[in-house]
Design a protein around this ligand. Sequence first.
Ligand code: 13P
Length: 252
Amino acid sequence: MRRKFIVGNWKMHKGPADADSFADGLKRALAGKNAAVDVGIAPPFLSLPAVVARLKHTGIQVAAQNLHAEASGAFTGEVSGEMLRQAGVAYCLVGHSERRQLFGETDAHAETKVLACFRSGLLPILCVGETLSEREAGHERDVVTRQLTAALGKLQADQVPSVTIAYEPVWAIGTGKTASPLQAQEMHATIRGWLEASFPAFVARSTRLQYGGSVKGSNAAELLRMPDIDGALVGGAALNMEDFLQIIAAAG
Ligand code: 13P
């Protein structure tokens, strides 16, 4: 009942012209194919309008990488969920580990940003995951559970399945070091267990959990075969058409 969902997070890559030509290529490559897999891309803010226009009526989803919690105001350099919705964006990443590690975002920010997504009509993709030292100390489950509780704990049960939860162990991001399928499955089962313990049963059954961290064409199939892995949040490999298509094909 959970359709696989593959999202490419471009991070700070591909300006409007490159983004438009990639989106055009993706649209052509997927036309009439992979109807069983949901696909999305998350370009930088400035490239969103070109990508939204290019992917209109294709079923390929467009996500922003961040938003500000307020609808508008004196917040120089920020972009609100309402503005993203007005620009035709459907999804938004929240709490990506780079936001947490490099830009000082906390669990409290993740909570307010998830709420801002619901207020503005965006579908959140909440990123959670432990650092290497947290894993080495044996705290990975506590860390992820804490992140989930902070960001999602107070939502209404019927809101939660609109959230995609991306488990991205920080030590696997951009390092070429992927979590093994079993390691990833173990944490996904923990996340689903948290959903089961926190909400009525339909929530855990229907909420999609993505894995992220050095996903490539060569390892996607074994990860996506795991029972609680419903998709992937792909960084580096999503910048290359051939690699991204290979990952999408592995999900089909
Ligand atoms: P990589 O796939 O480059 O490791 O990045 C993962 C990621 O951070 C996706 O959000």
